[in-house]
Design a protein around this ligand. Sequence first.
Ligand code: MG
Length: 386
Amino acid sequence: MRRVLLLGSTGSIGTQALRVIAASSDLTVVGLSCDRNVGLLLEQASSLGVSHVAIADEAAARTVSSSLYPELRIRSGAEAAARLVREVEADLILNAIVGFAGLESTLAAMDGGCALALANKESLVCAGSLVVRRARRKGVDIIPVDSEHSALFQLIAASGPESVQSVTITASGGPFRGKTAAELSGVTREEALAHPTWSMGEKISVDSATLMNKGLEIIEAHHLFGLSYDQIEVVIHPQSVVHALVKLVDGALLAHMGVADMRVPIGFALHYPERAPMSIPELDLASVGALGFERPDGVTFPAMDLAREAGLKGDKATCSLNAANEVAVNAFLAGRLPFLGIAELVGAVLGESPAGDLGTYEEVVDVDTWARHKAQKICAGMSESV
Ligand code: MG
């Protein structure tokens, strides 16, 4: 049995991972973590017989009566998930925490030498050089869970890294594909959350609508596969059937295809290096009919180019970009910032961000804190003028 520690178990990736694990006779869960959805966490823990849990939100953790759950060992607070990583023995950690909050657990997994299935792309966006350096030093495998990167991981392994000339990741284009900036000025939270092909959490759905998600994925691919930024291309592909492609030195182009179902990359990561049968809907190419590809519209959706620009400036800039984006997305979801304000806010913070790499977790936290404050200040000014 492979013992899995599942961080972020109540989110979209977490709940889908539990369905994959339930369908497998090789996987067992040894620990769970959540931000604040304590009701679901307790349900998961009791149905799986898990005794080690972490709850990031202290107030939510206080609502759990220890007399009702005497068998449960609860850790709480911002560092609770990372403590779970340090204290519970596992064969694989699936990090599906949303945002910067997932970084500490990623670094703890590296320190413990435990294989990591990584769905928290922000770990690589905020501190990619640090994470990759530590993984290499400890001999830790990072298996990407992001669908495009899972596809690239498989394609690059199949063709041999030395044969790869460049890679392409696809983007569905999100709910606002084909719209102009003028048409997007008044879009609502509900419209932004209505993703056409993938079922995902709120943060990543908004990131997909702005195309920031694809920008973060460019940075993620740069670190995961050691590619330069000009080796990573993006193409809009509304059907979400092709997830990624690699162009080889001899001119061949290999594509990874499949249904848009996150259980596929989750299942791949949980079973790696084995392959396990999965019961998911089959891809019927004839009913898909045609596959379309378009160039991204960088004028209406500037976020992706901002991410590329940050990537070229180094980890301090990508960390600032991520922090500003988290602040902006939260403000948009709370109705305090218009949709187009997200990229505007991120661009403003990035313009003032320091450049260069980050050597320690403490340095990452400092840059993240600086960028969050900066973003909040600019955001307050922008909300006043709304
Ligand atoms: Mg993705």
